[in-house]
Design a binder for this molecule. Structure first.
Ligand SMILES: NC(=O)c1ccc[n+]([C@@H]2O[C@H](COP(=O)([O-])OP(=O)(O)OC[C@H]3O[C@@H](n4cnc5c(N)ncnc54)[C@H](O)[C@@H]3O)[C@@H](O)[C@H]2O)c1
Length: 258
């Protein structure tokens, strides 16, 4: 799909990867970009910069997502592309508070279910539409820091696969965005120890590079969008020999203890 003349919604569009997507979509000629973010003033700032509209929104709130979709469609026209990009990286181990797991599930997975539920009826009626679900390389490999992030990002990949299989023959395109570290507040929060920080730094790319990958992926209507292409190799290694991959992950984790 070409972005030109399209109407797009981006959740978590007020900062980081979402703001870069909003700028890139507009630069590619999108007719209207709706910028939705928990931080209403951040959404306002990005919307003002690109001539879009701002929507204060918790992407995990199903009722609010449905209301925003209705309002965007009545004010601007049918939504062609919905980027379900909101996510949280909370430090969830098996003994963490239930709230950490619930919030991770609600923002990283259910926000994408709510987005698809709100836009799919219209897209299916028109026989065309594009869903971009932001997962993470952690959804294909793992996260060494947080179980709640690794688990919910795997669920996001599973949801994207399911949507692509179920609705692909009815004109719905789905992409799953799976970056490694990106220079945003979330990406920078992964630098937990000096050794981890050096590793994270060596892999960090700019949000604008992620947005350029997404533009290419949408243009090619490619399911898996990997701004760090090496992630494809990690994913293949995992599938080819799980035990060897787990051993490698344990070694990497141990190297970060210092
Ligand atoms: N930064 C990385 O290294 C990285 C790597 C892989 C995947 N991701 C994923 O990319 C997506 C965007 O991450 P980022 O690094 O740009 O994040 P970020 O921490 O920079 O936050 C971007 C924006 O998200 C908004 N936001 C947070 N929770 C929200 C919610 N419930 N509803 C609406 N807006 C919300 C914040 O207000 C902020 O403006 C997330 O799904 C994240 O998991 C990030």
């Amino acid at each position: 799909m070409e972005l030109n003349d399209r109407i797009a919604v981006i959740t978590a569009g007020g900062g980081g990867i979402g703001a870069a997507l909003a700028r890139a979509f507009r630069a590619e000629g999108a007719r209207h970009v709706a910028v939705a973010d928990l931080d209403g003033s951040a959404a306002e700032a990005v919307a003002a910069e690109i001539g879009g509209s701002a929507w204060p929104l918790d992407a995990a709130d199903a009722t609010a997502v449905a209301a925003m979709v209705d309002a965007v469609e009545s004010e601007h026209g049918p939504i062609d592309i919905f980027c379900a990009n909101a996510g949280v990286a909370l430090p969830g181990d098996v003994d963490s508070d239930l709230e950490v797991w619930q919030r991770s599930w609600d923002v990283n997975v259910m926000s994408q279910v709510h987005a698809a539920g709100a836009v799919l009826p219209g897209m299916l009626a028109r026989g065309e539409g594009y869903l971009v679900l932001t997962s993470s390389a952690a959804g294909l490999t793992t996260s060494l820091d947080t179980a709640s992030y690794a688990v919910t990002k795997h669920a996001s990949v599973a949801l994207a696969e399911w949507l692509a299989i179920t609705y692909g023959d009815r004109g719905i395109r789905v992409s799953c965005l799976a970056p490694q570290f990106v220079d945003t507040p979330m990406g920078r929060s992964a630098k937990t120890t000096p050794a981890a920080a050096a590793w994270v730094e060596s892999l960090m790319i700019e949000p604008a590079e992620v947005a350029a990958s997404v533009i290419d992926g949408i243009r090619e209507e490619r399911f898996l969008i990997l701004p760090h292409p090496e992630v494809a190799g990690y994913f293949q290694n995992k599938a080819a020999d799980y035990d060897r991959w787990l051993e490698g992950m344990r070694k990497l984790r141990a190297s970060f203890e210092t």
